[in-house]
Design a protein around this ligand. Structure first.
Ligand code: 9Z3
Length: 351
């Protein structure tokens, strides 16, 4: 049974919360300072379904902590939206389809991890990604024979392999899928899951591939209804900076977990410097740098000891449809192993 099927009702994160339009009682959001992350959570309310998700995540983590001893990866995937209206007709979004996250989730599962997949609702999911969002219609994978529907033999072998992996992940209760749509939902859910993951200590791995908006429109300024066309002929949107949640994650929410963030740039000359700055600023363990233009065939892994190296697919490998995540994930898992043994050593020394 899929994790979603177990829920008492389907959670749809894309349904807007209509209960808090422009409300002058909600304090306006202060200009973001590095120390202001917690203010965000004091000012903005949690999504109404959060407790339900926390229960599911708690059960999943307890199951693996007690029965399998697996390492647990939290993978974030896809882009966050920034609603411009309470009854949301318009929102700001970004390009991410969730390919990096969904593909990486499959390789983490293959590498023995239990995976919590925190993804933008309707973006790519592990395993089904091979058939959804493609240029082929899913019906092209079927044929009819003797009044029965069958898998088109051209695709059957590949589909069988994927089906087996999918079933294995499900039957071993190794994949939990949790949705978000808005940046507010993302931040709240990330925080909750990170705190719950403290239970597995250094066995928790954070693989933050989601493209999170840097700016948002505070609830105090969000109109309830669709913005009407302006007499000035212009729409001026005044956004605030989303607090830098990574610092809270490293310092407070996940003090023992290993944290891998992604840095996306479009200018190759600044990529490594930006990745190093992020490591310096947030003091986490790895940054994976990628350029929008080449992200499917090369990434640079930058570690906190200032070492960096590129993983690149050759033209041949690209032609053979090799996925760069099949190289990224084992390398990250190796770093994680070292992280865990260092933690065990430190614990032994302190006893
Ligand atoms: C990434 O860099 C991901 O690799 C992509 C994946 C979003 C490029 P796709 O979904 O794309 O496979 O099409 N994610 C992180 C992007 C990001 O917003 N990073 C922040 C930054 O660059 C840091 S948390 O400042």
């Amino acid at each position: 049974m899929s994790p979603q099927a177990k829920r008492s009702s389907v959670i749809h994160t894309s349904i807007p919360d209509a209960g808090s339009a422009i409300d002058r009682n909600i304090p306006d959001f202060p200009i973001a300072q590095l120390s202001d992350e917690e203010k965000y959570f004091r000012t903005y309310k949690a999504p109404p379904y959060l407790e339900e998700i926390e229960d599911e995540v708690r059960k999943f983590i307890d199951y693996h902590a007690t029965h399998t001893g697996k390492k647990v990866a939290l993978i974030t995937s896809g882009g966050t939206t920034v609603p411009l209206e309470n009854n949301t007709v318009r929102f700001i979004d970004n390009f991410s389809a969730g390919t990096r996250g969904a593909t990486s989730a499959e390789y983490f599962l293959e590498n023995g991890y239990a995976v919590i997949f925190l993804y933008r609702e309707f973006s790519l999911l592990p395993y089904s990604r091979h058939y959804s969002h493609t240029t082929n219609c899913f019906l092209d994978y079927m044929t009819e024979s003797n009044n029965k529907i069958e898998i088109n033999p051209d695709f059957a072998d590949e589909m069988l392999m994927i089906l087996r992996k999918y079933k294995k992940a499900k039957d071993s209760n190794s994949l939990l899928v949790i949705p978000f749509t808005t940046v507010n939902q993302y931040l709240y859910t990330l925080r909750s899951i990170a705190i719950l993951l403290q239970k597995v200590g250094s066995k928790a791995l954070f693989f933050l591939a989601a493209a999170v908006s840097d700016f948002f429109l505070p609830q105090s300024r969000m109109p309830q209804h669709k913005i009407q066309s302006q007499s000035t002929g212009k729409l001026i949107i005044d956004l605030e900076q989303v607090p830098k949640f990574l610092r809270r994650l490293v310092d407070n929410w996940a003090p023992s977990g290993m944290i891998v963030s992604f840095k996306l740039e479009t200018d190759s000359s600044i990529l490594i410097d930006k990745a190093k700055t992020a490591l310096d600023r947030y003091q986490h363990q790895l940054v994976i740098g990628n350029l929008l233009q080449t992200r499917k065939k090369e990434v640079v892994i930058v570690a906190s000891n200032d070492q960096s190296h590129w993983i690149k697919l050759t033209d041949e490998e690209v032609k053979e449809n090799m996925e760069i995540e099949s190289l990224i994930v084992p390398e990250v898992a190796e770093h994680h192993e070292k992280w865990i043994s260092n933690h065990i050593k430190k614990e032994q020394e302190s006893h």
